[in-house]
Design a protein around this ligand. Sequence first.
Ligand code: M6R
Length: 369
Amino acid sequence: EKGGFGTFMEKEIHDQPKAVEDTLLGRTDASGRLVLDELRIDPEELKGISKIIVLACGTSAYAGMVAKYAIEHWVRVPVEVELSHEFRYRDPIIDDSTLIVSLSQSGETMDTLMAVRYAKEQGARTLAICNTNGSTIPRESDAVLYTHAGPEIAVASTKAFLAQITASYLLGLYMAQLRGKLFQGEIEDILADLHKIPGKIQEVLDGGDQIRELAREMAQEPSVLFLGRHVGYPVAMEGALKLKEIAYIHAEGFAAGELKHGPIALIDQGQPVFVVVPSPHGRDSLHAKVVSNIQEVRARGARTITVAEAGDGDVVDYSETVFYVPETQPLLMPLLTTVPLQIFACALAAEKGYDVDQPRNLAKSVTVE
Ligand code: M6R
C-alpha cells in the first residue's frame, strides 16, 4: 500500500504528478472552456462577488496564500486569507457578496468548520476546496470543488497541498472566465502550462537524490530558515512547517523583504538558509531583490541553499547548493518549488530515525477547536 516506498509520506510526495493531473482532469469542455458544474453555485452569483475570504489552517492556509496571489491577479477581486481560528474573533466584515473559500484536506478541521458556519450565519456564500468526498465542510458549504489527490495518510500534508493550489488556480481562472477578466486565449495558455506541471514535478522527483544527500548531511542542524517572496513566501512557510512537524527542528519561514526588519539578526556563521528564488522572468525587480537577499545573508556567514528556476545563473555564485526546478509561469511556480522542500524534510526526519508518517503530538485531522 506504500507503493514500494518506506513511508506514506514518500509515497505521497511521489504521487504528486498524478494528484495535480487528476485535479485538472475533466474540468474543461471540448472548446477548452473551464466547466466547474460540480460547484453547485449559480454562475451569476459568482459574478456578483465583491470580496473573497480564504479560511484554512496549517499547510492549507499556505495554499490559501498562493490562491490570493493568483486570484487577485487574474480576477481583480480582493482576496483576504485568514487562519480559521482567528477569523471569528475579529468581527469580520461579511455580506452576501462575500465569498468564503475554505481549504481543507480532511474537510473535518473543527476550526475551519466553525469559521465557515459563522460566515454562513453572517450571510456569506461558502465554497469548500476539499480532498475528502462527503466530509462535513463541503456538506455544509454552498459549493464544493474537490481536489483529487486521493487519500492522504501521512500526517504531514504534501500531495493535498499541491492539489489545493491547483484547484485554487482553477477557481481563479473560472471566475476570470465568468467575469471576462482574461481573454479565452490567455486562460487556455495558463491551462496548457498547468497541464505540463505533472511532468515537471516528475523531473524534480527524479533529481531527489541531490536533496536527500543534503538532508543527511544536515541532520544535526538545530535551526533552518526559509526565505521567499510573492508566491515563494508561502512556499518558504510550508518548507519550515514540514521541518518542524516531522523533523522537530526549529524552522522559520520569512518574507525575504522582511529580513532587514529583524530576522537578519539571526544570521550567524553556518546558519542554513533556504531561499525560494522567484522566476527571473517574473514581475518588476523581484528576482534581483531576492538575489541581493541571498548575498546579504551569505555575507553574514549563512549557508545558502537556493531553489531556483532552471537556467537561473544569477544564484550560482552565492549558493552553496542550488536545486533547479523546470521553468513555468511565475504564478505556477509553487507547484514545483515546494517539492524539494518536502523531500528535504522527509529525508532529514528519516535520517534522524523519526516516524515520518506519525509525528509526535500531531493528528491527521484536528477535530477539536
Ligand atoms: O485537513 P486540513 O487541510 O483542514 O488540515 C489543516 C492542517 O491541520 C494541516 O494542513 C496541518 O497543518 C498538516 N499537518 C500540515 O502538514
